[in-house]
Write a protein of this length. Sequence first.
Length: 747
Amino acid sequence: MKKIIWGSVFCLSLSVGSVLAQQQLIPQPQEMQVGKKNFLINKLTISADDQTPEITYLQQQWQSILGTELKRSNQPTLKFTVRTDVGIAPEGYKLSVDDTGILVSASSEHGLFYGIQSLLQLLEENRTAKKLPYLQISDYPKFAYRGMHLDVCRHFFSVEEVKHFLDYIATYKINKFHWHLTDDQGWRIEIKSHPKLTEIGGFRKRKPFDGHAHQTANPMIYGGFYTQEQIKEIVTYAAALHIEVIPEIEMPGHAQAALAAYPELSCTGGPFEVGTNWGVMEDIFCPKEETFALLEDVIDEIIPLFPSNYIHIGGDEAPKTRWKACAHCQDLIRREGLKDEHELQSYFITRMEKYINSKGKKIIGWDEILQGGLAPNATVMSWTGIEGGIHAAKSGHDAIMTPSSHVYFDYYQGNPQTEPLAFAADLRLEKVYSYQPIPSELTAEEGKHVLGTQANMWTEYIPNFKQVQHMLFPRLMALSEVAWGTSNPKEYKTFENRVIAHFSSLDRKGIHYSKAIYEVVGKVVQRQNQLAYELHTAKDPALIRYTVDGSMPTVRSKIYAGPILVGDASIIRAAYFENGVQISAVVEQVFVRSKATAKSVTLAHIPSESYSKGGAQALVDGVLGSRSVHKEHWLGFIRTDAVATVDLGADTDVRTVGVSLLENKGIGVHYPAAVEISISQDNHTFIPLKTISTEAIVAANGMVKIDVGTQRGRYVKIRMKSRGKIPKGDPLADSDSWIFTDEIMID
């Protein structure tokens, strides 16, 4: 590439942040400078000799963006070089625009492709102006592993839909596609040596929430699978986008679809049906020779289909209930000198790893593969938190960071009132953007074992591809910048502006995306011992209109000017308007008031860090926690009672004590074993008033209201007693149960 002489043409004083306010690239490049002059797009031509797949891709996208063909010329103004001696990182590139045209330089086809993606984003942004600014970009990724996952088992997507998914992630320089192909609810890949895996395991009884069934005319059956030819087609398509496809074949758990086809591979012999409910199933593969023989046959057919160095073998959420009761498993534990069922799982994983390694491949597993000892060459995908990745890296194993707290795209990304049904957790765009993949607990040397990060798209609540799009965008953009290594949480608002600029491209492509970024977000705050409701939005808060009388906000409603005192209001509704037009959906907050509202609360035990938003005051903030999203107002306690003491400020007559409780057995949340109420005048000596049982809590559907007669005191203590271990027959049996509580109401 010729050396550019910087003079008045280029603005050397501009920082990356200010430059990118003018050129809205995602992910943000490592280095970028923008000049004062422009080059006309219609003057761009490519060489008559350029015939590489990357150039073909560019021509197709050029036609889509600009509606014209990219012409060829013997004196091209759009040039490309791929040379290994140019001093550019393997996936890096350089892109310059000056008076001679555009030059994209790279040391590999990967880098060239990413340079082309940046060029295409520039064309998108400047397609109306028909000119590109002079600029120079020097760019490369921080992480070699930049992944996006798609579950096709809970809901199935066609070949064309998977290709669209690959198009989306390629646009934002994601280079790994983790394809979740087997689970309890469906086996989605053809295995010719064991055809019942798809003939039986690929289909299930339809549920009302299921989307359209791709490969069955029976309206009572849902399902589908990919033939091996279709797998090859998708893998080839991904390769042209410089995306590596990593298949996941679950073992030993999440195997009910396979066991429905081959029940002899279980501990009990079945019979089984392909799963129709979500959650964790107790029936898993039994570690006997017939099981290993089938799985080795599966691996033998998988390997020729996927050039990737990796095969993901799952390893997560494998209950040991069946193994504990299985004579074969217990005998195997004794014969192999294993300590327990966790070491038996390690034996299972290690045996399969050895076989996969013998075929020239490596395994990846979810962080539960750490239980009982990590297989020798395994890479850990850390999802339950960051601890698994930290342990792996400190042990000398590679790790891919994919914690549910920051990169689970099946979670709500906005207010559940305005978003489609999703998994009961909250993951906003800003939270994704804040993620830093290398934990601070690692040394620089240990940090080298963190290969990168990945976001996961589980599809229990995603029945169609339109909703896949909605859950992917715009959070994919935040993942992209985090994985590329140029995110800066302190500059989130700048990033947010770039995201909004990309919406026009999504609109042009017909991609359905979440507009939660525009929504009005409220937060309960206290002002001089009174409740107030604070609102904000991505745009100008002064354009928020609200009501406190139960009516819907209009352009003539009150203008938001600061926190709204709740007073006696029972409901606040708000929406964002521009030029007299309502832009966001209406959000509403209902308030419940009692003698406990806004009073001081102390907790005997600290709630879990994952479920502690708002702290103790969340129990008296006048807001009932959402039963769709559990991280906003609920406090979560595990392995302990939940004990809260409300200070009413003075001796007060108390007649009823209420508390809101949640049950969601699918994630291990159970009603307490009992709720005990006591009262005190000095916060030392408490008089027991009443105790109610789990059965009474169930009857009240978690909204407990306890009549204590008429008692007088200043301090009211509510003790919610832990159930301890989850009982057999419930999901996650033998695990510690959770207590979730939010509002306390005293009258």
